[in-house]
Design a protein around this ligand. Structure first.
Ligand SMILES: Cc1ncc(COP(=O)(O)O)c(C=O)c1O
Length: 388
C-alpha cells in the first residue's frame, strides 16, 4: 500500500487535527483553489518576476563562476551572522548595497520575506500603531501580527482613508507601503502619503521588491529615482526578482541597522546567506552598475504592451511604467480556464485566484520583461482578445 493509499484509507480513523487538514484541502480542491508545485513550463515567460532576465544571463553567470572559483570560501555560512556566519564578503556586499541604494548602512537578509518580517515585527513596539496598505504583501501583515504594536490596514492607495486612520491611532505611528504592488501592479500616491506622515509625525517604510534593479534611471529603485529616499526610515530591496538571484537587504541609518542586528529575531536566529549567494548578489549588482539604463528596454516593452492592450475587450490594468499588468477574469474557474487556454497557446500566464485576491477580483497576471519580444507581446494580446 502506498503512503497516499494508507492516508486515504485511514480517513475514517483520523483524529480531529488530521480530519481538519484533510477537510481544508478537500475544500480547496472543490473550489479549484488548491495550490500545487508544478514544474516550470517551457512557455513564453509572461509570469516570472525576472524582469530583466538576469536569472539566466550568461555574462552574469560566467562572472559569478569566475569570482566563486577565485574566492576561498566555505559552501555554507556555518552559523548566524552573530556567530560564525559573518564574513568579509557579507560586509563588503553590505557596504556596496549601502552605497548603491544611497543609505548610510545596509543589512542582508535571507529573503525579502524575512527582511520585512524582521523590520515590521521589531521596530514598531507595544503601544505603537502600524498602518499598512490593504494590498500589502503577506510578509508585512505577518510582521505586524508578530509585533507587539497595534495594526490596521487602510484602503489601497487612498490618502483620505490613511488620513482618517492616522487621526485615530495612538503611540508612535508607522506607515508601510510598496513601491509597486505585486497583484495590482500600481504605485502609491507617495507624495501625498509623505505629506500625511510629516503632518502626523509618522515613520514611513517602503518595500521595493518589484522595483529593485530596473526602476529609476540607474536601476536603484523607485524612491531614489524620485529623490525621495530621505523620507523613509527604512527601505527594503529584494534580489530574487529584478536582480535574478535571491536574498534581500534593508537600508537605513547606521543606528537602525545596529538596532536590527541586536533585536531582529529573523536576522539573529538563522544561518546567514551562504558565500555563493553573497557572491552572486554582488556580481548582479556590479552587472547592473555597468548598464547605462537597466530599465530602459523593460519600459519600452511595457509601453508597447499598453498600446497593444487597448484592443483587449475586458477590464484590464492601465499601469504606466509597471511590468505588472492584469486582465480581470472574475471567478476561480474562469481564471483557471482562461490561463489554461493561454498556456496551450504557448504563453506562461498565471491566474491569481481567491483567496490571494478577494473573491470576484480573480484575474490573470501578465508580467512584462525586457526580453519579451514585440512579436510575443503582440501574439499574447491577440490571443487574449480572441478568448473564447
Ligand atoms: C512585495 C513583496 N515583498 C516581499 C516579497 C518577498 O520577497 P522574497 O521572494 O525575496 O522573499 C515579495 C515576493 O513575492 C513581494 O512581492
Amino acid at each position: 500500500m502506498t503512503i497516499d493509499q494508507k492516508f486515504n484509507t485511514s480517513i475514517m480513523q483520523m483524529n480531529n487535527v488530521r480530519k481538519r487538514l484533510h477537510e481544508q484541502l478537500r475544500k480547496r480542491q472543490e473550489n479549484r483553489s488548491l495550490r500545487t508545485l508544478d514544474l516550470r513550463k517551457t512557455l513564453i515567460d509572461f509570469s516570472s518576476n525576472d524582469y530583466l532576465g538576469l536569472s539566466s544571463n550568461e555574462q552574469l553567470l560566467s562572472s559569478i563562476k569566475e569570482v566563486y572559483a577565485a574566492t576561498e570560501c566555505s559552501l555554507g555560512a556555518t552559523g548566524s551572522r552573530l556567530l560564525t556566519g559573518n564574513s568579509q564578503q557579507h560586509l563588503e556586499l553590505e557596504s556596496n548595497l549601502a552605497e548603491f541604494f544611497q543609505a548610510p548602512a545596509a543589512l542582508l537578509f535571507n529573503s525579502g520575506y524575512t527582511a520585512n518580517l524582521a523590520l515590521i515585527s521589531t521596530v514598531p513596539q507595544r503601544g505603537d500603531t502600524i498602518l499598512y496598505d490593504q494590498a500589502i504583501h503577506a510578509c508585512i501583515k505577518e510582521g505586524a501580527r508578530l509585533s507587539q504594536a497595534n495594526y490596521h490596514s487602510f484602503k489601497h492607495n487612498d490618502p483620505g482613508d490613511l488620513h482618517q486612520k492616522l487621526k485615530r491611532c495612538s503611540g508612535n505611528k508607522f506607515v508601510v507601503v510598496e513601491s509597486l504592488y505585486s497583484m495590482e501592479g500600481d504605485a502609491p500616491p507617495i507624495r501625498e502619503f509623505i505629506a500625511l506622515c510629516r503632518q502626523f509625525e509618522a515613520e514611513l517604510f517602503i518595500d521595493e521588491a518589484h522595483t529593485t534593479g530596473w526602476a529609476g534611471s540607474e536601476g536603484k529603485g523607485w524612491v531614489i529615482g524620485q529623490q525621495l529616499s530621505q523620507e523613509f526610515l527604512a527601505r527594503v530591496y529584494t534580489f530574487g526578482k529584478g536582480l535574478g538571484t535571491h536574498g534581500a537587504c534593508i537600508v537605513g541609518s547606521k543606528e537602525l541597522i545596529d538596532y536590527l542586528i541586536n533585536f531582529a529575531r529573523p536576522f539573529i536566529y538563522t544561518t546567514a546567506l551562504p558565500p555563493h549567494s553573497v557572491i552572486s548578489i554582488n556580481c548582479a549588482l556590479e552587472y547592473l552598475k555597468n548598464l547605462d539604463s537597466p530599465g530602459m528596454m523593460l519600459k519600452e516593452k511595457i509601453n508597447y504592451y499598453l498600446e497593444e492592450a487597448e484592443k483587449i475587450p475586458v477590464e484590464r490594468s492601465l499601469n504606466k511604467d509597471s511590468p505588472i499588468q492584469w486582465i480581470m477574469v472574475p471567478g476561480n474557474i474562469n481564471a483557471l480556464v482562461f490561463s489554461e487556454y493561454l498556456q496551450k497557446k504557448g504563453f506562461d500566464v498565471r491566474p491569481i485566484l481567491s483567496p490571494t485576491v478577494p473573491e470576484g477580483k480573480e484575474r490573470l497576471r501578465v508580467c512584462i520583461h525586457s526580453f519579451n519580444t514585440k512579436e510575443e507581446i503582440l501574439n499574447l494580446v491577440s490571443a487574449i482578445s480572441k478568448m473564447p
